[in-house]
Design a binder for this molecule. Sequence first.
Ligand code: GLU
Length: 275
Amino acid sequence: MKRFKYLSLIITSLLLVLTLAGCGTQPLSSQNVLENDKKSNTITWGVKADQKLIGLIDVKDGQEKGFEIDLAKAITKKVLGKNGNAKFVTVTSQSRIPLLKNGNIDAIIATMSILPDRKKVIDFSDSYFDAGQSILVKKNSSIKSVKDLNGKTVTSAVGSNSVDNIQKIAPKARVLQLPDFAQALTALKSGQGDAMTTDNVILAGLAVENPDYKLVGGTFTTEPYGIGINKGQPDFRNAINKGLAEVIKDGTYNKLIMKWFGNVPGFDYKEVLRK
Ligand code: GLU
């Protein structure tokens, strides 16, 4: 009996060592994300939680909902097979790259533009959406275009490219940076700003819920969204790109565009359909 106890202790310790060696203790750079995800049958995605139509946690059931959520689920099934799981972790514009680099998430699908500076720290998939920066104002506002923002206060989110863009395009605008876009909207609504700026698709989602607000000035940048992946993961990146191409080819992509953006004032879904 005593011997059995020792034996089971040794086996348990061995198992523990093996388990630890298999996951957290190995440096991220030497892990193969695709292999790990195949083993766990799960891809962990960093998604937005406060952007209606794109990535929003529904307070009624606690579920993430939106175009990027559905797209992540569709790509997961292409990469892992139809029983593959997509797990979601909430990110903001500021936290998304650190969370990826720390290994908390496998991929970012969170309205993130493919930018040369970001490419220095992470890799991107092929582009999966074409957005452009725009402006949201109260319906009776005198602001009609980006130039009218000079001398005005405009709200946006920390860590978003929208802040850098507006500082270049309307250098005399004051930019009030909030932790996320939900708070940037609250600041606008409470009169702390004269306008809010970020990508058209994000603003259009906010305008759906806030009919007193509208998009003005068209788009004044191009923002190609890419899925963020850690460097040194070519297998995972290729699998994601292949999955995305299949989702576009089999018509799922355009179905999702229609589902989420088919009837949104101030946003023309036809411009973002993929052939
Ligand atoms: N697409 C822009 C960016 O990547 C703004 C939206 C966002 O921050 O999520 O920075």
